[in-house]
Design a protein around this ligand. Structure first.
Ligand code: ATP
Ligand code: MG
Length: 587
């Protein structure tokens, strides 16, 4: 179906006036110092994320406002106000300190999305320790590798996760001194070599003076998704709070009355930066769902919780699309006013799906574990060009560059040309290092610019268009082909639910474009369908760019954070070793 290239926004559609409504003017007048003044800070120029996120509100007018609404797998509903969250995080911080855990030590958290996870992350930050939340579905090896790399001194986990993933490897983790276990369904635990989380908290003081961390002190350690290789540990600092506040305001458009739902797990940077910190900095209520994806459940949550701002990911949207529009329409969500997505390229079809399902387009935005916060975004007040990730936020300077032999870069000024996306240093949540990989970190920079490894184009209106990761770009018969463009064309075919495209070595072409697709409900793989999809792609893209080969898969290999792993499609196609699969989703 042909759709217009631009979705126009008009002020008459706004249910609340967006914070960012004059693109250039607000960028021009923006300053990080002004953001710093919005936060409270601690005496002597100290800054602590948890103080800004929790205690600032717990001592103010929003103290009885819900900070979190936790939904259990069986629909148990627990609400924590800002005041309650302050008390519980104080207890956790007091208890950690009593155990001899000190500022700068590392705390790992390995659990599903239960209240204790959030208390441990925020309480750990209050105590000045470095916090690293891990995805609970990791197997024992990836957990042990990360604990070792990060020299974790304390681990908070559940009894069952401990037994399945840590106990057997504990002897390999000599630096891990304390393990705190959350019992199943509130039961006390008594496992040798561990402490019970509940008892530990109950005995601790609920008064705690937040450690006056410096803005440059380490705060969070996040591992990248592992889409292109072994996950890297990106080190972040407390000053990142400025970025989370800024993006919560301008990219997510948070207002005090919002009910906000970020569907990402805190084991990935999105689930911490935007599933914990940014909404709390703005004093809003966040919904946290413990359960895994389920289309009906998700629509029910959006409706029953009255979610107004929803931050999710392309993979989830593709699954909702796969489940059909009827499900969405059965649950009208009149409160919902803004939908945003991150993590992978958002195909235009997915932007349009938002309009069909909710009367609201999906707003793509771009960032990385390394950037710590959203950098490029579509925001509520501005027109959307489906397929584009939007424009740089206030305080963010982006450019497209080509790397040169001598380590320098040349800048691409003309619109429409492809280059590597680069960001000028100086935004507060930039990673301060890759754990144990100093040379790799240095190689990410050229002078004042951080080089992202992603290729993009910019149009004459300043919108950025994702082309592909520099590793994934296909060179075929002299053309440079971005997989995203090809995948988006494939997604337009009514039978296609998801698509992944790779370059396969070929004698005359250099590389041949090969596609892998999974099908929507109601479609069966067949030779006729293969020809039809390839024909559709050829019509849309031209013979030089369209895939020459296409295989059907039940589903595409993805990281636990839901990203299509093209490197795995390629390795499997070529019979090569699969490399690091610690972050691979097991289906
Ligand atoms: P690894 O670095 O371990 O290979 P990863 O790059 O997937 O994994 P993340 O930091 O979680 O780890 O993801 C950031 C990357 O995700 C970006 O560099 C980009 O390639 C992709 N990405 C994120 N958002 C978008 C978006 N809106 N459009 C296109 N790509 C995106
Ligand atoms: Mg990356």
């Amino acid at each position: 179906m042909d759709r217009p290239a631009v979705i126009h926004k008009t002020a008459s559609e706004w249910r609340v006036a967006p914070h960012w409504n004059a693109y250039e003017a607000q960028r021009a007048s923006f300053s990080w110092d002004a953001v710093r003044r919005q936060l409270e800070g601690l005496p002597g120029g100290a800054l602590n994320i948890a103080h800004e996120a929790v205690d600032r509100h717990a001592r103010g007018a929003r103290r009885h406002h819900p900070a979190f609404v936790f939904l259990g797998e069986q629909w148990r509903r627990d609400v924590l106000t800002y005041a309650e969250l302050a008390r519980l995080t104080n207890r956790f911080a007091s208890a950690l300190t009593a155990l001899g855990i000190r500022r700068g030590d590392t705390l790992f958290v390995l659990s599903g999305r239960i209240p204790e996870l959030y208390i441990a992350v925020l309480g750990g930050l209050k105590a000045g320790v470095v916090v690293s939340p891990l995805f609970s579905a990791f197997g024992p090896e990836p957990v042990a590798t990360r604990l070792t790399l990060g020299a974790g001194r304390v681990l908070v986990t559940t009894e069952s996760l401990y037994r399945r993933k840590v106990e057997g490897l504990r002897s390999r983790l000599p630096q891990l001194e304390q393990v705190l276990l959350v019992g199943e369904n509130g039961a006390e635990t008594s496992v040798s070599g561990t402490l019970d989380f509940g008892r530990f908290l109950a005995s601790a003081s609920d008064v705690f003076d937040t450690v006056p961390t410096r803005p440059e002190d380490p705060s969070l350690l996040h591992f990248t998704s592992g889409t292109t290789g072994t996950p890297k540990g990106a080190q972040h600092v407390h000053e990142a709070a400025l970025m989370h506040w800024m993006t919560g305001k301008y990219a997510l458009d948070l207002h005090p009355a919002d009910i906000y739902w970020c569907t990402a797990d805190p084991g990935w940077v999105t689930g911490t930066s935007y599933g914990i910190i940014a909404p709390l900095l703005h004093g809003v209520t966040s919904v946290i769902d413990e359960a895994e994806f389920d289309a009906e459940r998700w629509y029910r949550i959006l409706q029953e919780e009255g979610v107004s701002v929803w931050y999710t990911a392309p993979t989830a949207i593709r699954m909702l699309m796969k489940a059909g529009l009827e499900l969405a329409r059965a649950r009208p969500c009149p409160q919902l006013r803004f939908i945003a997505s991150v993590g992978e390229p958002l195909n235009p079809e997915a932007v349009w799906w938002g309009l069909d399902a909710f009367g609201l387009p999906v707003h793509d935005n771009w960032w990385q574990t390394e950037t710590g916060g959203i950098m490029i975004a579509n925001a509520p007040a501005f027109d959307i060009k489906p397929g584009s990730m939007g424009r740089p936020l206030p305080g963010v300077e982006a450019a497209l560059v080509r790397r040169q032999q001598d380590g320098g870069v040349s800048f691409i000024k003309e619109p429409g040309h492809e280059g590597e996306l680069a960001l000028k240093k100086g935004w507060p949540s930039m990673m301060r290092g890759y754990l144990g990989e100093a040379a790799r970190y240095r190689n990410c920079f050229s002078g004042e610019w951080y080089l992202t490894g992603d290729l993009a184009k910019r149009d004459e209106d300043g919108y950025y268009w994702f082309v592909g990761r520099s590793d994934d770009v296909i060179k075929s018969a002299g053309h440079l082909i971005g997989p995203f463009e090809v995948e988006s064309a494939l997604m337009e075919h009514p039978a296609v639910a998801e698509a992944g495209v790779i370059g396969k070595p070929h004698e005359t072409l250099g590389e041949l474009v090969k596609a892998f697709v999974s099908l929507r409900h109601g479609f069966e793989a067949s030779e006729a369908l293969r020809r039809d999809i390839l024909g559709h792609a050829r019509k849309r893209l031209g013979a030089a760019v369209a895939p020459k080969e296409l295989d059907f898969l039940d589903s595409l290999p993805k990281t636990r954070s839901g990203k299509i792993m093209r490197r795995l499609l390629k390795a499997r196609e070529l019979g090569l070793p699969e490399g690091d699969t610690s972050a691979l989703e097991q289906t």
